[in-house]
Design a protein around this ligand. Structure first.
Ligand code: UTP
Length: 304
């Protein structure tokens, strides 16, 4: 499929952040996993920043039971700002204001967390008839990467929907949606010929995992409306994309951009810990102290 004249630019982003976060209990008992700090900012702030850096200035967050903390984080706190200003704590003031300067944020509750597909479907009215990006609120892509920009370019070129793919060890594929792909001559993106949510390693069509970035054609909403609950009794975005990928009409077809940069799943305890250590070790303020302590600490670790 090729892009046609009806192709509209991608300006909107949807950030689903309404999942239950059971993998991170008990920390997520009363607050959303997206609010867990990575170094000194909640994970969600990196994700919103990524969307804004890719030129998406209209952001809809799909929230759940702990909506309050997410909304508060991106809101102004005049008392705190005044107090920091009075005390001359300019760096802290700037860090507080960073989150509020990120552009236009909208919020919508999912209601029942009936799956990622259901969360995305909730965005239908807000998104309208435009292609849009979806960024999972617990998935961190290194800020030096241009994955989202590459995906937007692929969406504009194909007029279809685009997923982000990452090679993972075969034994880990059952934690992800998995895609079968074929090359598209002369293009950086690939055609996705099949998708399956969390397959057993021996049944997986490849070792390409679908990670938490999508750029979707609005036709996905029609498909989601007719997608029955699948794995885990949840409405799966992967199932809707599998249907979309089988068609060849306008707005159909699914493509993949393969990513081999740095990504952290902050909803997973080990990946979350690694994100904190790696990102802090690279910081100018915390890096020197952390790196020298880490070197000493590593010497004390037992083998294995
Ligand atoms: P996950 O697959 O990580 O599920 O969701 P989860 O419920 O959040 O976490 P675990 O597996 O129980 O630990 C992937 C993304 O989809 C969102 C989540 O917030 C996360 O960003 N999501 C998932 C929703 O917004 N609503 C849902 O019903 C399910």
């Amino acid at each position: 499929m090729t892009a046609n004249d009806s192709q509209k630019p991608v300006t909107k982003a949807v950030i689903p952040a309404a999942g239950l976060g059971t993998r991170f209990l008990p920390a997520t008992k009363a607050s959303p996993k997206e609010m867990l700090p990575v170094v000194d900012r909640p994970a969600i702030q990196y994700v919103v920043q990524e969307a804004v850096s890719a030129g998406l200035d209209d952001i809809l967050m799909i929230t759940g039971r702990s909506k309050r903390a997410l909304e508060d984080h991106f809101d102004r706190i005049p008392d705190l700002e005044a107090s920091l200003k009075e005390q001359g704590k300019d760096a802290l003031l700037e860090s507080v204001q960073q989150a509020t300067a990120l552009g236009e944020l909208h919020y919508l509750r999912q209601g029942d967390p009936k799956g990622l597909g259901h969360a995305v479907l909730r965005a239908k009215t807000h998104v309208g008839d435009n292609p849009f990006a979806v960024l999972l609120g617990d998935d961190l892509i290194d800020e030096k990467e241009d994955l989202l920009e590459r995906m937007i370019t692929a969406q504009e070129a194909t007029g279809g929907s685009v997923v982000a793919l990452m090679e993972v060890p075969q034994e880990q594929i059952s934690a992800y949606g998995c895609a079968a792909v074929e090359a598209v001559e002369g293009e950086e993106y690939v055609k996705v010929t099949g998708m399956v949510e969390k397959p057993k390693p021996e049944e997986a069509p490849s070792n390409l995992a679908i990670i938490g970035r999508y750029v979707l054609h609005p036709h996905v909403f029609d498909v989601l409306e007719n997608t029955p609950p699948g794995r885990g009794d949840e409405i799966q975005l992967t199932d809707a994309l599998e249907t979309l990928g089988q068609g060849s009409g306008e707005g159909e077809g699914v493509y993949g951009v393969v990513f081999n940069g740095r990504r952290f799943d902050t909803g997973d305890k080990l990946s979350y810990l690694k994100a904190n250590v790696i990102l802090a070790a690279e910081r100018d303020d915390l890096g020197p102290g952390l790196r020298s302590w880490l070197k000493e600490f590593v010497q004390t670790l037992p083998e294995g």
